[in-house]
Design a protein around this ligand. Structure first.
Ligand SMILES: [Fe+2]
Ligand SMILES: [Fe+2]
Length: 185
């Protein structure tokens, strides 16, 4: 699912090489991918035995286990600290960042609850508790969409306004270095 256009702030140039040109656009691009994951989860929640269920479960597991942890570090280690430094108390960002970091933790706990069910679907096995999977997966997707609304609607626009070119360059280098096979030039 690696994007190959500059729209997301990323480009691919050869196998395994990802360049981040604009860290904020890159984060928007990751949020777009997360919305796809939410739709995939809703699809699985309602149709865990659909013909494409195994492939869909694999897609979700792959994103949640590899890209999502990197995204959380991009925000918690690169974006939020720099943005808090550049914002004024009246921006009200401190409370929002606290809330978003808390949601990162609670979403991870919720994901762990239905991860085994995703593995079962990916291997074509029947679910032990399909109703529990359905409610957990739908809850995760709904919480994730609300989280993305805050980040796309408030945090990233503020980052675009307040972060300096130096902040953005530091973020770009750090986020690129975090990814295996990624160049930072
Ligand atoms: Fe995010
Ligand atoms: Fe987040």
């Amino acid at each position: 699912m690696v994007r190959t256009t500059n729209d997301s702030g990323a480009s691919t140039e050869g196998l395994g090489v990802l360049r981040i040109s604009d860290p904020i656009e890159f984060l928007y691009g990751e949020h777009d991918r997360q919305l796809v994951i939410c739709a995939a989860l809703d699809h699985l929640a309602s149709s865990p035995e659909a013909p494409d269920a195994r492939e869909t479960a694999d897609l979700i597991l792959n994103y949640a286990d590899t890209d999502m942890p990197l995204h959380l570090r991009d925000e918690e280690e690169d974006l939020f600290p720099r943005l808090l430094e550049r914002c004024e108390p009246e921006d009200g960002l401190e409370n929002l960042v606290d809330q978003l970091e808390h949601e990162h933790e609670t979403d991870s706990v919720l994901y762990q609850r239905f991860k085994d069910a995703l593995h079962a679907i990916a291997h074509g096995r029947p679910l032990d508790h399909p109703d529990v999977f359905k409610s957990d997966a739908e809850a995760f997707a709904a919480l994730q969409r609300r989280h993305l609304n805050w980040e796309n609607g408030t945090v990233l626009p503020l980052a675009r306004q307040r972060l300096t070119p130096e902040d953005l360059e530091e973020m770009r280098v750090s986020m690129a270095a975090r990814r295996h096979g990624t160049t930072v030039d």
